[in-house]
Design a protein around this ligand. Structure first.
Ligand SMILES: NC(=O)c1ccc[n+]([C@@H]2O[C@H](COP(=O)([O-])OP(=O)(O)OC[C@H]3O[C@@H](n4cnc5c(N)ncnc54)[C@H](OP(=O)(O)O)[C@@H]3O)[C@@H](O)[C@H]2O)c1
Length: 447
C-alpha cells in the first residue's frame, strides 16, 4: 500500500485515519537511532494500530539481530528484499549521502514514503527528493534531521505557519555548545573536547561539529522549511569554533558576553537570504548564552508573532527517535484518499552578504611600540570605528593577546582592513575575527 497524494500536516497525537491499516515500516539502519526507533515502536503498544515494524535492514544483519523486537519482524541485508516486501514507509537512519540517497530515491520512485534523520542527504539533495516524492504521491519527512528531538520543523510548518518568517537563529550543534559552555567555566578547548568525546557528545573526529558542517546542513534544511529556498551548504558563510581560546572567554566576560556557535538564516523580504554558521559573541544575559551543555535552542522570528523559542535535546538516539516516530504518527493520520498541499520543493535560493555588524578582533602579538597604532590606522583606512581596546595583564611579551572591538562595519571593509593588519610582522598567530550579536538582537523584535 502506498500513501497517495499530498496532504496537510496532521497532529501526531490525533486518532488514526479511519479505516487505515497500520503503516508497515521498514527500518533502514539498526545503529544508535535505528535501535531507539525500534525500542519506541516495540514499547508503544498504544500506537500498534497505526505503526507496525515489519523489517529491519542493515549490512551483516545477523550480528544486529535482537530478541526484543516483535517476533514477526523480518531481518535482512538486502535492500531489494525490503522493496520486494512493499512497505508503506521506509525509515532511513543509515546516514551518508550516496548509498542512502540511492535507497531513498528507489523507495520514493515506487511511491513508498520516507522518513529520514539524514541532514546531509536532505541538505545536498532535498529539492530533488521532494520533487520525486511529489511526482510519485509519496511523503518525505525529516523532522529528526534538525535539532534531534526538538520539533522545529513541525513548529515552522504547522504551529507557526500563520506567520511570515523573517529569521531562524539557533544553537543547532550540541557538541559545540557543550564545548563552549565548558570553556566558559575555565576549561581549555582541548579539555572540553576530550570531555565531550568521553560523554559521547562528540565523535572521535569532531571536525564536522566544530568546523560547522553539521550545523550548516541543518541550517540548509531550516532555510528550506522556513523560506522555501534551497541554499547550498557551500553558500552558507561557515566558520569554525576551533580558534576560540580560553583567553577569549576572559575578554568576553569583561564585555559582558560569551561565545556560542550560532546558525542564522534571515530573509531580506524579497526572497534573498543571509545565512551563516560560526562562533558569535552573544550577550551574557541572552537566551543563547543561558543555553548551556549539549542542549539546542532555536528562535523562530516572524513578522507578526515575534520570536518563539524551542529548546531541548538536539541529538542522541532516543530524542532523535522521538522525532522519527512523530513523523511516522503524522503519516498514519493521512487519509489515503486525501490530496492537498504539502510544502513545495524548495526553489533555488539567492544568498546575499551579511548585515553590517560589530566585530571582536583578538590579536596575539610579539610586543613592540606602534602595534595598536598600526591596527587602528588600518581600520580607519576603511572607515571602521574602534569601539574598545582590552588588554589583560600577565602575558609574555612575545605572545601578548589583546582585543579590539569595532563598531558595525561591512564584511568587505573589515576583510580589507584585516588583510592590511595581517601584512604587519608583529603577529605571533593569525588574528581571530568574531561577529558580535547586538544587545537587542536576542529579543528578536517584531518587524
Ligand atoms: N545519533 C544521533 O544523535 C543523531 C541525531 C540526529 C540525526 N542523526 C542521523 O541519523 C542517521 C543515523 O545516525 P546513527 O547515529 O544512528 O548512526 P549509526 O549508529 O552509525 O547507525 C547507522 C547504522 O546503519 C548501518 N549502515 C551503515 N552503512 C550501511 C550500509 N552501506 N548498508 C547497510 N547498513 C549500513 C550501520 O551498520 P554498522 O553497524 O555495520 O556500521 C549502523 O547500524 C544519520 O543520518 C545521522 O546524521 C543521528
Amino acid at each position: 500500500m502506498t500513501i497517495s497524494g499530498l496532504t496537510r500536516d496532521v497532529p501526531a497525537d490525533a486518532a488514526p485515519a479511519p479505516g487505515r491499516a497500520p503503516l508497515r515500516l521498514a527500518l533502514l539502519g539498526f545503529g544508535t537511532v535505528g535501535q531507539a526507533v525500534a525500542r519506541i515502536l516495540t514499547e508503544r503498544t498504544d500506537v500498534a494500530d497505526r505503526l507496525r515494524l515489519t523489517q529491519v535492514f542493515n549490512r551483516d544483519v545477523a550480528r544486529k539481530r535482537v530478541s526484543w523486537t516483535p517476533a514477526d519482524v523480518a531481518w535482512t541485508d538486502s535492500f531489494d528484499a525490503v522493496l520486494a516486501a512493499d512497505p508503506d514507509v521506509i525509515v532511513e537512519v543509515v546516514g551518508g549521502v550516496e548509498t542512502a540517497g540511492t535507497w531513498v530515491r528507489r523507495a520514493l520512485a515506487r511511491g513508498i514514503s520516507v522518513v529520514t534523520a539524514n541532514k546531509l542527504l536532505m541538505a545536498a539533495h532535498g529539492p530533488e527528493l521532494m520533487t520525486l516524492a511529489v511526482e510519485h504521491g509519496a511523503h518525505l519527512r525529516f523532522e529528526a534531521a534538525v535539532a534531534g528531538g526538538v520539533p522545529v520543523i513541525d513548529a515552522i510548518r504547522s504551529g507557526l505557519a500563520g506567520d511570515r518568517f523573517t529569521r531562524v537563529a539557533g544553537i543547532l550543534n550540541g557538541t559545540c555548545n557543550y564545548i563552549l559552555s565548558r570553556m566558559e567555566s575555565g576549561e581549555s578547548m582541548a579539555g572540553a573536547l576530550a570531555d565531550a568525546q568521553l560523554r559521547g557528545f562528540a565523535e572521535a573526529d569532531p571536525s564536522s561539529d566544530v568546523d560547522g558542517q553539521d550545523a550548516t546542513a541543518k541550517l540548509v534544511l531550516l532555510a528550506g522549511v522556513a523560506f522555501g529556498r534551497h541554499v547550498p551548504a557551500a553558500q552558507v558563510a561557515t566558520a569554525s569554533i576551533r580558534r576560540i581560546d580560553a583567553i577569549d572567554f576572559q575578554y568576553a566576560r569583561r564585555l559582558g558576553r560569551t561565545f556560542r556557535q550560532l546558525s542564522i538564516v534571515e530573509s531580506d523580504g524579497s526572497g534573498a537570504l543571509r545565512a551563516s554558521v560560526g562562533p558569535v559573541l552573544v550577550p551574557a544575559s541572552s537566551r543563547f548564552a543561558r543555553n548551556t551543555g549539549a542542549q539546542n535552542l532555536i528562535l523562530i522570528t516572524g513578522r507578526h508573532g515575534g520570536a518563539t523559542a524551542l529548546s531541548g535535546e538536539g541529538a542522541g538516539g532516543s530524542p532523535t527517535a522521538v522525532a522519527v516516530v512523530s513523523d511516522l504518527l503524522a503519516l498514519s493520520r493521512v487519509p489515503a484518499n486525501v490530496a492537498g498541499p504539502m510544502e513545495r520543493p524548495w526553489e533555488p535560493g539567492c544568498v546575499i552578504p551579511p548585515h553590517a555588524t560589530a566585530y571582536y578582533l583578538r590579536f596575539v602579538v610579539r610586543d613592540r611600540p606602534g602595534i595598536l597604532a598600526a591596527i587602528t590606522t588600518a581600520l580607519a583606512r576603511y572607515d571602521i570605528n574602534v569601539d574598545a581596546v582590552l588588554q589583560e595583564r600577565g602575558f609574555p611579551k612575545d605572545q601578548l593577546p589583546f582585543v579590539v572591538t569595532v563598531e558595525p562595519c561591512e564584511v568587505p571593509a573589515l576583510t580589507a582592513a584585516m588583510a592590511d593588519v595581517q601584512a604587519e610582522g608583529f603577529h605571533a598567530e593569525p588574528p581571530l575575527v568574531v561577529p558580535v550579536l547586538p544587545e537587542e538582537d536576542d529579543a528578536a523584535p517584531v518587524q
